[in-house]
Design a protein around this ligand. Structure first.
Ligand SMILES: [Zn+2]
Length: 440
């Protein structure tokens, strides 16, 4: 049974029946899925879902599907990692990393939104799906589209990272590179959706697609024992993920599953593409589009579709927004990898680096639980780190040669190991004294 009521305009409140549409016919505002929360309160809660399979679909009553075939049953339920080493480095008491870098099948949170979008495309009888993408969404549509028997057509800016291009074409998906930025690709996809009636997941399936992001919020709450963190830091591209995590937390309160106070939402962007951060910081909430220039290409959306709503959610929650430079993004990636063993893509570097600034400036309270949302895997954006890759010694396969390296690195032990990275001198700093290594 479905608890979906309608598609409702976020601006004028006009309601429409459920169909592949994203824009209000009255005022061109974005449409949002509404649910029958009164009915949900009677039938949905921790007891109802406790025995269900570990997948984002354990929260299916809060997703906009009608009870047909569910596509992507293995997606979601990624780890919430207690990050004590990173917490000590940042000087906070209780820190968690929501790690969608290991989401199935394509190692980003986009697997969640695509799972919902394709389920809906199947309900609507669509046979071709596609997207406009900065990379992760392309990977997810390609993988799940092919697996579930759709024709696929995916459009991307031509300058994406090589791993994201390969991670789309390997599935046999049709990929089209476009000479232009994401905003131009997205406009072209709107025309394609109108002309061909295809299920473009972030265009005409957008209201449904966005709901998949809510499962990040439900999972965090459940993994904390049905509690909410005091603060949550999330990177922003179009702004939908942060907005939907906020919606998930609001719904859990609305359904009396949780009575914690509102979580303060903190948005993070790259300095080279920061329209939502600017809107929060100048207090107007007004999005002024920018031309994106950053190594965080997955966040390089100069005219964010949900930017206004993300800015509003941040301010209403009592949170804040921060941007970081490309150098700080690389430091953020290394800090997370070197403390917690989690290799995030550039967007994750944005989240960690922004969190560090927000904590240092006192915007985030040090003594309350904090969650950092990591949205994609670092193996997809190795290009961003290539120029700063640390050197390492190469030796002959002889014990004396290895001992020579140990002796040299022992002399170099004063080198920086704060992030677990090798010093750029090319020598590694040993974690243990030479004597203890010899006894192994
Ligand atoms: Zn409207």
């Amino acid at each position: 049974m479905s608890y979906v009521k309608s598609l409702k305009c976020r601006e004028c409140g006009a309601e429409f029946p459920v169909a592949p549409r994203a824009i209000c016919e009255e005022c061109f505002g974005p449409l949002e899925v509404t649910y029958d929360y009164a009915a949900l309160r009677r039938s949905f809660g921790p007891d109802a879902i406790a025995g269900r399979a570990r997948s984002m679909w354990r929260y299916r009553e809060l997703l906009p599907v009608d009870g047909g075939d569910i596509l992507g049953l293995e997606v979601g339920c990624t780890p919430l990692v207690r990050a004590d080493r990173l917490a000590r480095t940042l000087g906070v008491d209780e820190l968690y990393v929501k790690n969608d870098a290991v989401n199935f099948p394509t190692l980003s949170f986009k697997d969640r939104v695509v799972s919902v979008a394709l389920t809906k495309a199947r309900e609507f009888g669509m046979t071709t799906v596609g997207c406009a993408s900065t990379g992760n969404l392309a990977n997810a549509v390609a993988s799940q589209g092919v697996r579930h028997g759709f024709e696929t057509c995916i459009l991307v800016p031509e300058d994406l990272e090589a791993a994201k291009i390969l991670g789309t074409t390997v599935y046999g998906a049709r990929l089209v590179g476009v000479r232009g930025d994401y905003d131009q690709v997205n406009r072209l996809c709107s025309q394609i959706a109108d002309r061909f009636g295809w299920g473009i997941v972030n265009v005409n399936l957008r209201p449904f697609y966005g709901e998949g992001s809510k499962t990040v919020g439900y999972e965090i709450a459940e993994q904390l024992g049905w509690k909410l963190p005091a603060s949550l830091v999330c990177c922003m591209a179009g702004g939908s993920l942060l907005t939907k995590i906020g919606k998930a937390f609001d719904e859990l309160r609305l359904l009396d599953i949780i009575d914690d106070g509102p979580t303060r939402l903190y948005g993070a962007q790259a300095r080279g593409c920061n329209p939502i951060v600017a809107a929060v910081q100048d207090g107007t909430g007004e999005i002024r589009p920018v031309k994106a220039r950053t190594i965080a290409r997955s966040l390089a959306i100069g005219n964010p579709a949900d930017g206004y709503y993300a800015a509003r959610a941040i301010r209403e929650s009592g949170g804040w927004a921060e941007d970081v430079t490309d150098d700080e993004i690389v430091e953020g990636i290394r800090l997370l990898a070197g403390t917690e063993g989690i290799f995030a893509e550039t967007a994750g570097g944005v989240t960690v680096a922004a969190a560090r600034k927000l904590i240092a400036s006192g915007r985030i309270e040090r003594h309350e639980p904090i969650v950092l949302v990591i949205t994609g895997n670092g193996l997809k954006t190795t290009d961003a780190l290539a120029a700063t890759a640390p050197a390492y010694p190469v030796i002959e396969p002889r014990l004396e040669a290895f001992e020579g390296v140990l002796a040299a690195t022992a002399a170099d032990r004063s080198g920086s190991v704060a992030t677990g990275a090798f010093p750029s001198s090319g020598r590694s700093a040993p974690a243990a004294p030479l004597s203890s290594i010899r006894t192994l």
